[in-house]
Design a binder for this molecule. Structure first.
Ligand SMILES: *Cc1c(COP(=O)(O)O)cnc(C)c1O
Length: 432
């Protein structure tokens, strides 16, 4: 069922044989990239300051909005509208501040072959598409948006798959982009098939914003294809409860009914969702639609995002308002993706207040302070990593063993490391 606004937009754009509102290709073909069409389709005149800066901002960071996402804008309160803020370019994007970087997460720097970032031991980020149906203003990969040179060719994809095939530690392949669902169903089927031929790959994940910005992309043909590639997980990107429309919910239902576990990654954005009540409503609606909130990201240090950034304290306040107050299923992990390629670091309110040799002092969400008495009798087994002789019955055949990393080294009995010291530590430099 189209809303009155959607019917009006459809009429203005016009339909072609078989191509109309419910068809995803129609939305791609008519994605809005200029300010005149933006005004025309919404039947509004933008305030002059928004019009004037448009060309200047889009010369650097282009705009593209699907007619569907455009139709969700509340024109009565444009400048506070969460949908408008996520899709319409503003002057502040050009205020690059000193702490910002084109590639803060070192995705290009850490890339092992073109399009593939192998940051964590057992999983890779695979950028299979560089295009999106809607250009999010808060995109962390803003540096590449709309750049035709960074569309991966078939041979780039093949080389990345070769790397995965010859790297047995990789058990999880995360397809991202751009939006992988911008690829044709047939091409994506080929990529998924090739990855699945690799025996050590246990799961594939797809990160996509289609259920939010173009839910009609989730059609029967796509779902039928995806179902062939289990175990397949999908993570999507809802930021505000207003985005969970009837069409979005239908798309989510089709995916969930196909047995695909769904997760959601939100970005904490000033003026969009930096409010405990907005976030609580979002995560509860997601769970009601069988989507498990997975991460809330602190906004990255990518160029042009300063106006979207909140303090970390706002994120902690939001986590405080979720944990204990609503179902554990609704509670995502709040993370900061470390600049310089350090990866995602979880940040949480503090629940452990103190401890003694055999007691932990904790506080709960209500402010109750409590104590947990630890057992006197617990004897941790000495671990020498001789798992075959251990009585915990870890099946060691085919176990994919890797050396301990980081803090794990300091904790482990079998590792003799006693300190982790930065490479250029000046004190060590002064040693004789
Ligand atoms: C986020 C990310 C992953 C996946 O991380 P999970 O915590 O497993 O979801 C993998 N590789 C890179 C480079 C990433 O940024």
């Amino acid at each position: 069922m189209l809303s009155v606004k959607q019917k009006k937009i459809q009429k203005e754009i016009g339909t072609q044989k078989g191509l109309r509102w419910g068809n995803w290709r129609w939305h791609l073909k008519h994605s809005v990239t200029d300010v005149d069409t933006f005004e025309l389709l919404l039947g509004i005149k933008l305030p002059s300051h928004l019009r004037e800066q448009f060309e200047k901002v889009t010369a650097r960071f282009p705009m593209s909005v699907t007619p569907y996402y455009l139709s969700l804008i509340d024109t009565n309160d444009l400048e506070h509208d969460p949908v408008f803020k996520q899709c319409f370019p503003v002057q502040e994007e050009l205020d690059i501040v000193q702490s910002e970087m084109a590639d803060p997460l070192h995705e290009d720097k850490d890339s092992v072959v073109e399009g593939l970032t192998h940051r964590y031991p057992d999983r890779v980020l695979f950028l299979v598409s560089n295009s999106c149906s809607m250009y999010c203003r808060h995109c962390t990969r803003k540096r590449r948006v709309g750049d035709p040179n960074s569309i991966p060719s078939r041979s780039v994809i093949e080389k990345a798959i070769e790397y995965i095939a010859k790297t047995p530690q990789i058990r999880d392949v995360l397809l991202s982009g751009g939006d992988p669902l911008m690829l044709s169903t047939k091409y994506l089927d080929w990529i998924l098939t090739e990855i699945q031929k690799i025996p050590h790959v246990e799961i594939i994940r797809i990160g996509t914003r289609m259920p939010v910005v173009l839910p009609y992309r989730i059609d029967k043909e796509l779902v039928k294809m995806l179902k062939k590639h289990h175990p397949l997980w999908i993570n999507t990107h809802f930021n505000h409860p207003r985005e969970l429309t009837a069409s979005s919910c239908t798309a989510l239902k089709m995916l969930a009914d196909a047995g695909i576990p769904l997760g959601n990654q939100s970005v904490l954005l000033a003026g969009v969702n930096d409010c405990p009540r907005v976030m609580k409503s979002l995560v509860q609606k997601l769970v009601a639609n069988r989507v498990r909130p997975y991460y809330i990201y602190q906004c990255d240090l990518s160029e042009g995002l300063n106006h979207f950034r909140t303090s970390v304290g706002k994120g902690i306040e939001i986590m405080e308002s979720l944990i204990g107050h609503t179902s554990g299923l609704c509670v995502p992990t709040y993370v900061i993706d470390a600049p310089g390629g350090g990866g995602k670091i979880p940040v949480m309110p503090t629940y452990q207040i103190s401890r003694s040799t055999n007691k932990v002092i904790l506080r709960n969400y209500e402010g109750v302070i409590t104590s947990y008495q630890e057992p006197d009798s617990y004897q941790a087994g000495f671990c020498d990593r001789n798992c075959a002789k251990c009585n915990l019955q870890l099946p060691t055949t085919g176990a994919n063993e890797c050396r301990s990393i980081g803090i794990e080294k300091l904790l482990a009995d079998y590792d003799e490391t006693i300190a982790l010291v930065p490479k250029n530590n000046p004190r060590h430099g002064r040693r004789q």
